[in-house]
Design a protein around this ligand. Sequence first.
Ligand code: HEM
Length: 427
Amino acid sequence: MNNVLIGDDSIYEELYDVRREAEHAGNLVEEDMNPAMNALRERAPVQKGFLRELLKLPHHQRHVFAVGRQGYTALTWDACNAAFRDHERFSSKVMHTPSESGEQRLGILEMDEPEHRTFRATIQPMFLRPKTLTWWRDRFIKDIVETLVAKIAQNDRAELNLQLCARVPVHTITRAIGMEGDDAIIFRQNLVRTSAHGRISMDEARAASATVDRMLIELIAKRRVEPGDDVLSGLIQAELDFPDGVRRPLTEREIVIMTKLVMLAGGGTSWRQMGITIWALLTHREQLEAVRADRKLIDKAIEESVRWNPTDPVFSRLVAQDTELEGVQLPEGSVLEICLGAANRDPSRWDNPDAYDLHRPLQSHMGFGMGGHQCLGMNVARSEIWVAINALLDAFPNLRLDPDAPAPHMTGGLEQRGMSAIPVLLR
Ligand code: HEM
């Protein structure tokens, strides 16, 4: 099973290159947009225009929900917080692209209440904190990280973005779902291809989607006969408990959709945020040494990274009724972009918000979202990043950026930021 985990870099290079991903999607932004987003926030809390328009960046292919709609952008803490928490006025159906069957392909991510709560409740127990500190960490994350760090330690240099960050989340989630060995990476390859806009043909994307569905359907059939201690078996046993008193198990299709969402949402985000956190520490040496001396600070290092540079700095909602936000009239049918990246640096909430400072007083940020849709996997992500950083600090007392390699920088699309690379010297 570990052969795939520590296998050839080329497999991972194809799947984990945030810059190339953005180039193919036509939304590459190399520049740090935080200063421009800060300037917008200082101008007004809510503004007419999609964030890309306000920043004078072109629209891109993944912005399908923007076509034919008027956009608005929320930028302050208060405006973004209000929007995230009000599902009646700001609907998550924004991403819904109707298929012939009307199927919600993004599952809970595009549902509103009360349907959302009913479906989320079937999977939520497997993602709560006690479970992420025991089941997820002890069964999957520790073993994966230890294996990877042992492999990395065979050399004097490493590229942590590819050799560590990319690999931990995908193997954690596929193992937790109940897949093993080569299946993990074949599944991920095909899953990524289902949304590899621009990189592959429609026929190839359809074939990838069929492979993903087939692999899951086969695994569901197997787990129905032989239940295991895994997320898929949990979903098979779970019941939807509707507000009108109706109870029923999830259909096979509902399980497939839920599983795909968890795999997609969890695979890329944790990879990118783990890289951002490690980079933040390597470029703030005093904070790195503080964390090395007191491992309890790893928690703060992670939260501060998700506040300072959340990998996904903007999410959207559909305006469900004519309404007003911070004095701006928003017509029904328009789209509100919630720029949580700007909200996370609102000076009305944080002193010196542009600085990475893990010693600042802990208070909630928006990097994992807010309200009913707040990230389902945030405790898994925290656990993955915690275990990885702790293992690096244990194994490499002299860990530092490689001065002979190009300096790492954040890159990718405006909507998905990650590291160019993290080249390090280990000894
Ligand atoms: C550091 C890593 C991560 C970040 C920054 C992140 C961020 C977010 C954000 C901002 C949302 C809210 C979306 C919205 O309101 O429309 C979200 C939702 C979600 N995340 Fe994460 N996420 C991370 C890791 C994960 C992981 C590891 C998993 C799964 C294992 C996961 C699964 C999900 C799911 C299923 C949702 C949809 C929840 C719902 O609609 O109720 N995420 N995430």
